[in-house]
Design a protein around this ligand. Structure first.
Ligand SMILES: C[S@@+](CC[C@H](N)C(=O)[O-])C[C@H]1O[C@@H](n2cnc3c(N)ncnc32)[C@H](O)[C@@H]1O
Length: 364
């Protein structure tokens, strides 16, 4: 057992908490969507861990299982859908504890199937994928969570998961270790596998720490074959980036869900969590989101034009703001007589897809 391993399970810091909150919030929305898929759905936790920290806090496999079991739509989801949870854990000791934690949950509903595997996730899944392809079959809709201690992940493998039609990835990108590894030639092969290109060699020449972390996360994100990539930033004690949680999907609904989940976990819209935040600290005041940046981009985009509400909502998918934020500012502008809404009958409602006319210049 390594020191990293022992230390990791002995504590439960603000970042571990934020990561689990994000997973909880995302899965709370993802599980009900499953009921529309019918058949089998896969949940792949590629670095499952022990299932519980020494502090008593749940690890990712147990929180995911309990979330589905106790979800208010659980019986609806499970009436048509079989959810297969694959938990990969390479360490014998951690695997042993994980299986005990799973056993402690007692009997689960029959359509929740749990497969803990003491093996390397990549070897196992690559073989499964090549068997599927040989038979001309597709992977069932799947959510994969990649949460290693370090940076030993291959983007080529992540893209293999994304190449199947209904897949979503949540990757813990261990920036702090990557930033050290790019300086060591003996890590070159790992860096090549991580980025699947040699552009990482340029990163070391960026002297500004924030610029370098942004460039590193962007390089990795751009190498993912996903239409939508969404980030949550996790800062260490020194307020520097420690890791980034990266969600990747080719599905609009997945992007919408992760945006909602990130706003739930980080209500100020910075999508940045800090190690200093105590996991057990009660939230006394939920901060109001700052809608000024959204207003600015709305005017950049739509000044002087007339646009349907649905088109504005389509445009919003690439922004981090949510439909409720857009509606809030449209309502405000309409009430102040700054924009006009037309093309609907009766009372104004967004669901009637009104057309909004923006003046050429943003008023003060
Ligand atoms: C950061 S911990 C996982 C934490 C867990 N996802 C959670 O949130 O509770 C990483 C775990 O991955 C396991 N691991 C490392 N390499 C692995 C591999 N190649 N295949 C499967 N498990 C691995 C480690 O033994 C360790 O328990």
């Amino acid at each position: 057992m390594t020191t990293t391993d022992e230390k990791y399970w002995a504590e439960y810091d603000g970042l571990q908490h934020a990561k689990h909150q994000l997973l909880r919030s995302y899965l709370g929305g993802w599980f009900p969507i499953l009921s529309s898929w019918q058949g089998r759905v896969l949940y792949l936790d590629c670095h499952a861990g022990r299932g519980r920290h020494t502090t008593g806090h749940e690890g990712s496999p147990i929180l995911a299982l309990r979330l589905l079991r106790d979800h208010r739509h659980s019986s609806k989801v499970l009436s048509e859908t079989e959810v297969n949870f694959y938990f990969f854990e390479i360490s014998q000791a951690n695997y042993q504890r994980l299986t005990e934690e799973i056993d402690n949950l007692g009997t689960l509903p029959s359509n929740i199937l749990v497969f803990p595997l003491q093996t390397d996730y990549e070897n196992h899944l690559r073989k499964e994928f090549s068997d599927l392809r040989a038979k001309g079959q597709q992977l069932a809709p799947c959510f994969a969570f990649i949460d290693p201690y370090g940076f030993s992940i291959s983007i080529d493998f992540l893209n293999e998961i994304l190449s199947f039609p209904s897949t979503e990835l949540l990757v813990n990108f261990m920036y702090r270790y990557v930033d050290m590894a790019i300086r060591h030639e003996n890590q070159a092969d790992n860096m090549d596998a991580l980025f699947n290109c040699e552009d990482w060699r340029e990163l070391i020449h960026i002297s500004d720490a924030t610029e370098r972390s942004n460039a590193t996360v962007s390089l990795f994100s751009n190498q993912l074959n996903a239409q939508y990539v969404t980030h949550m930033y996790m800062l260490g004690e020194n307020r520097a980036l420690k890791y980034a949680l990266i969600h990747a999907t080719n599905h609009r609904r997945g992007r919408e869900l992760i945006k909602e989940a990130m706003w739930t976990v980080i209500p100020d819209g910075t999508f940045t969590a800090s190690e200093r935040d105590s996991p057990d600290q009660p939230v006394l005041l939920v901060p109001e989101p700052n809608l000024e940046p959204l207003k600015a981009t709305v005017w950049d985009q739509f000044a002087g034009s007339s646009v349907e509400s649905s088109q504005m909502h389509d445009w919003l998918i690439d922004e981090l703001y949510l439909p409720k934020h857009l509606r809030h500012i449209l309502r405000e502008y309409r009430n102040r007589g700054i924009i006009e809404a037309s093309g609907y009958e009766g009372r104004f409602a967004f669901k009637k897809n009104p057309i909004f006319a923006f003046p050429a210049n943003r008023p003060d």
